[in-house]
Design a protein around this ligand. Sequence first.
Ligand code: 0GY
Length: 306
Amino acid sequence: MKFQKTPGWLDWYANPGKPDFQLPPGSIDAHCHVFGPGEQFPYARERKYTPCDAGKQQLFALRDHLGFARNVIVQATCHGADNRAMVDACGSSGGKARGVATVRRSISDAELQELHDAGVRGVRFNFVKRLVDFTPKDELAEIAARIGQLGWHVVIYFEAVDLPQLWDFFTALPTTVVVDHMGRPDVGKPIDGPEFTLFLRFMREHPNVWTKVSCPERLSVTGPKALNGERAAYRDVVPFARRVVESFPERVLWGTDWPHPNLKDHMPDDGCLVDFIPHIAVTPELQRRLLVDNPMRLYWPEERTR
Ligand code: 0GY
């Protein structure tokens, strides 16, 4: 089946630069996606956008080019609860990829076990209204209880303004909970303002909550240019991400978010995104935790050495 991508949607960056920052050995890109290809893995009927194809070979080539050792492939909403593209990519990775799935309450125990055997270690609950229709919370709670028994975690994606109304649901989840993109703070607002303070309190009061300090390209108002002699692109995101990394060094993850769904203004050079890392994790110790130790603990616990 042929799919026409959503108008205005930018393609991923075809020739990313080599990062100046040398990733620690064994680094993991803990948030990326595969899209299709649509002819092999059709996009979901209920999707809110149609992406360009971005398959496993391209993801693995990017991994090697940037210097990552492994990927965590997160199910994107354009594939709904059809996890075949993600599972196929994990299966073709030679053990170098694990996955986060989207499932419905109708999934059987045998199907959950199949996902586990394929390398899935989490489910994603999405609360971003432009991306998904509402799923009843009792359905999500039921799924969380079931996947908890497999030792999986829940990845949650929401906008900062929605945290207060979702707080009780999130804090009742029985598993490790990983928040995508720092809960999407508005970095135009003060770092010590009520919204980001609430997010930091959410993490401080709930030791099962982790977060990905990812997606500066989505959060930034100042954009990719390094201005006024400052070297960091997306520099308005730096204080927010750095605060999180330094406050919760054992509960942070990082990912490229390749192939960067829904970007219309600019498409980041993934090499430049890697060069953002030393601005938010400023010591080798913090970098090793962010890129190696923490994702290994969550996704490859059986191989953990520290
Ligand atoms: C991201 C962000 C987005 C999209 C999705 O699954 C998705 O469609 O996650 C977004 O549009 O903000 O993490 O990839």
